[in-house]
Design a protein around this ligand. Structure first.
Ligand code: PLP
Length: 378
C-alpha cells in the first residue's frame, strides 16, 4: 500500500506506540494521586510539556494538553472570547478547518460580528482584504498557519503586524495542526497542535496560550492542566506525543526535505499528464507535505476509489469533510469551481514515503485518469 493521506492522520512512530503501551501497562497511575509512582508520572508529564513547548519557542507553563486539535481550536476561540467583555468582531479566514470555521459560525449565532476573510487564488489569507476588515472593535483573529487541503502557508508575522496597528487588543489564534515541526514557530497569542498529525497516537493535542492571555476553560472539573483543562491526564498519549516530537526534532531537516522531494517528484510526474491543474502555491512555496491537483474531466471521489482499489490512499480534501456532500468550501474560497473542483485530489506525505512511491503512484494515477476519461467520453 502507498499511503499519501498523512494530513488526515499519520502512522504512529513505533517507539511512541511502545512508550504509550509501557505507560498503559505499568505507569497507569493517576498523576494527581499522592503516592510515589504517581508523583513520578507527574514529573514525566512535566518533562513532556517542557520538550513540546520548547519546539514552539514557548515556556512550559504556556502549554496545555488537550484531547486533539479540534479541542485546542474550540478552546482558543470560545475560551479566548469567553474571557473578554462584550461581543465584538471576530475575523476568521475563509479556508479554516471546520473546528475553527464551525466554531465561528456558532459564535455568530451567539451574537458576535463574525467575518470570514477572503483568500488569494493560491489559498493564502489576503492581507489587503484583512487590513480592510480589522477594526478597533476586533476581539480575535484566527488564521491557520498551513492549510490542510492545499499546503498554503500564511504570513502570520504580517497578520500580527496589521493587527498591532488597528486592533492592538485583539487576540491572534493560529491553527498550527498542519504546521507544527514542519515550519518554524510564529509569534501569536494562541497556537493549536495535534499529536496524530505527527506520528503520535490519536487523542492528544495541545494549546499554547501566551503568558498573560486570559482564556476561559472549556472543560471544568478537577482542575488539571492548571485549571485550564479538567479531566484525568492522558499520560500514555502525552508521553508518546513527546517521543514523536523528539524524534521529529532530531531529524527535522531530513524529514522535511524528504517529504518535499516526494512532493516535487509526484508534482513533476503528474505535470506531464494532459489537463491537470495545481491547486495552491507552487510546491517550493507551500508546506513540504501537501499537494493538491485537479484532473479535469474526472470526478475526484471516483478517482479516489479507483486508486484505493489499486492500493494508493489519497483524499479529495479534509477527512472531516469527506462525507459531506456538495461543494468544497476551501476550493470555492480560492475561486476553484466546476470541473476543476470536482476533479481535485489531495496528496499528503510523511517521511516514511519515498520518491519511488511517487513514481509508482503517478503511473497508477495516469492509468486510472486515462481509463476514467475514456468512460466519460462514451
Ligand atoms: N486543524 C487542521 C488544520 C487540521 O488539518 C485538523 C485535522 O485534520 C484539525 C485542525 C483537527 O485536528 P484533530 O483531528 O486532532 O482534532
Amino acid at each position: 500500500m502507498i499511503y499519501f493521506d498523512n494530513s488526515a492522520t499519520t502512522a504512529c512512530l513505533p517507539e511512541a506506540a511502545r512508550l504509550a503501551e509501557q505507560y498503559m501497562l505499568e505507569g497507569y497511575f493517576n498523576p494527581a494521586a499522592a503516592y510515589a509512582p504517581a508523583v513520578r508520572l507527574e514529573k514525566d508529564v512535566s518533562r513532556a510539556r517542557e520538550a513540546i513547548s520548547a519546539q514552539l519557542g514557548a515556556h512550559a507553563n504556556e502549554l496545555f494538553f488537550t484531547s486533539c486539535g479540534t479541542e485546542s481550536n474550540n478552546t482558543a476561540l470560545l475560551g479566548g472570547l469567553g474571557a473578554m467583555r462584550g461581543k465584538g468582531r471576530v475575523i476568521v479566514s475563509a479556508v479554516e478547518h471546520p473546528s475553527v470555521y464551525e466554531a465561528a459560525v456558532f459564535l455568530r449565532e451567539q451574537g458576535y460580528d463574525v467575518v470570514f476573510a477572503p483568500v488569494t487564488p493560491e489559498g493564502c489569507l489576503d492581507l489587503e482584504q484583512l487590513a480592510g476588515l480589522l477594526t478597533p472593535e476586533t476581539q480575535l483573529v484566527s488564521c491557520m498557519h498551513v492549510n490542510n487541503e492545499t499546503g498554503a502557508v500564511n504570513d502570520i508575522a504580517a497578520v500580527r503586524a496589521l493587527m498591532k496597528r488597528v486592533s492592538p487588543n485583539a487576540l491572534l489564534h493560529v491553527d498550527g495542526v498542519q504546521a507544527f515541526m514542519k515550519l518554524d514557530p510564529v509569534p501569536c497569542d494562541l497556537y493549536s497542535v495535534s499529536g496524530h498529525k505527527l506520528h503520535a497516537p490519536k487523542g492528544v493535542g495541545a494549546l499554547y496560550i501566551r503568558s498573560g492571555v486570559r482564556v476561559r476553560p472549556y472543560l471544568i472539573g478537577g482542575g488539571q492542566e492548571s485549571g485550564m483543562r479538567s479531566g484525568t491526564t492522558n499520560v500514555p498519549s502525552i508521553m508518546a506525543f513527546s517521543a514523536a516530537v523528539a524524534d521529529y526534532a532530531e531529524h527535522r531537516t531530513e524529514y522535511n526535505s524528504n517529504m518535499l522531494a516526494v512532493k516535487k517528484r509526484l508534482y513533476s510526474d503528474l505535470s506531464s499528464l494532459r489537463d491537470v491543474r495545481l491547486n495552491g502555491p507552487e510546491p517550493e512555496k507551500s508546506a513540504p507535505h501537501i499537494l493538491n491537483m485537479s484532473f479535469m474531466g474526472v470526478r475526484g471521489e471516483v478517482l479516489l476509489n479507483a486508486l484505493s482499489e489499486k492500493g494508493l490512499m489519497v483524499s479529495t480534501g479534509s477527512a472531516c469533510a469527506a462525507h459531506k456532500r456538495g461543494r468544497n468550501r476551501i476550493l470555492n474560497a480560492m475561486g476553484i469551481t466546476g470541473e476543476r473542483q470536482d476533479g481535485a485530489i489531495r496528496f499528503s506525505f510523511s517521511h516514511y514515503n519515498t520518491e519511488a512511491e511517487a513514481d509508482t503512484a503517478a503511473q497508477m494515477i495516469a492509468d486510472q485518469v486515462a481509463l476514467l476519461r475514456r468512460f466519460r467520453r462514451r
